[in-house]
Write a protein that binds this ligand. Sequence first.
Ligand code: FMN
Length: 346
Amino acid sequence: MEKYISNIVTPKVSIAPMVDKTHRHFRYFARILTEEALLYTEMVTAQSIIHGDINKILYFREEEGPVALQIATSNPEDAYKAVKLAEEFNYSEINLNCGCPSDRVSGNLMGAALMSSKNLVYEILSAMKEATNKPVTIKHRIGIDGTGILEDTSDKIIMKSYNDLLDFLDTISRAKPDRYTIHARSAILKGLSPKDNREIPPLDYNMVYRLKDEFDYLNIEINGGFKTIEDIKSALTKVDGVMIGRSAYEDCYLLANFFKLYDYSKDKKPISRGEAIKSYIPYIIEELEKGSSVHALVSPLHSLFQGVKGSKKYKQLLSSSNVKKDTIVDILNTVLEDMPENILWR
Ligand SMILES: Cc1cc2nc3c(=O)[nH]c(=O)nc-3n(C[C@H](O)[C@H](O)[C@H](O)COP(=O)(O)O)c2cc1C
């Protein structure tokens, strides 16, 4: 294993790249809830950066920062070009997707399927490193089962054991990635939907912990299934960081409690749900004027009252049939007046 000790600071917690979820409005609201977490973009293909309207695709507001850009590609030259183009935006790091199991992505040898071609991953990461001085990171699985696809590649398709993972890392570590975010389950590349691929292959945290234990100089963030501050705290005793996926949009108020992972003064309190909504309203007004979609603007708020009294009423108020460009601000003001005070302002 290449002994490269990155000097980047790994945040204790980050919010995973998630297509259709971690768009810039979500990130703006997430940043209201947490100062601490590193936020990721949705996966963006290198091709779309090269051929698309980058000012639209890569634009983000300073207030969201720090934000990491995740790219998907199977081509080192495209990776180089895309990372160069992204240089004019203020992303704090660039991440390579080696974890997405979707047919569309893996059929193009992107995402998790790339794990079957460790030399190609090495080349892509090296190209990314050449294109930028920013940290270059990778998000991958503990293994893949690609039986039946990619018959034409001579590289290994099934990687199931710890040694297979080491073999992969041994090669790609030569490109000196600054962090490895490891989704602690394998990806099954044929026959499972992306959703099933996030649920059916079992989580194996121990494989990730063992890796960090044996190669403590590698900067390792674990991902998969984290839902509570306690679970995150416990993982942080074994690895450098924890990445949160679904919980960030299924129970977004969790983010407001991330500060508990740090040694702040005992008096520090999470931002209240009410304050978070109040801080977000001016953004909604501004973005609606610029033509942003009202539904995209409201979606980050959906789980704000998850699991607490009044959540049903809140969901009804924010239902898509109620929410319109002209009604959203009034609806949010109604929320601020009608929801139980002890939950809204606590
Ligand atoms: C809706 C959705 C979209 C996702 N999109 C991406 C993506 O663009 N890039 C990526 O690397 N992983 C993607 N993932 C996987 C997550 O980043 C994460 O690895 C996975 O959800 C496991 O973490 P969790 O158990 O905390 O949700 C996505 C997951 C979900 C639920």
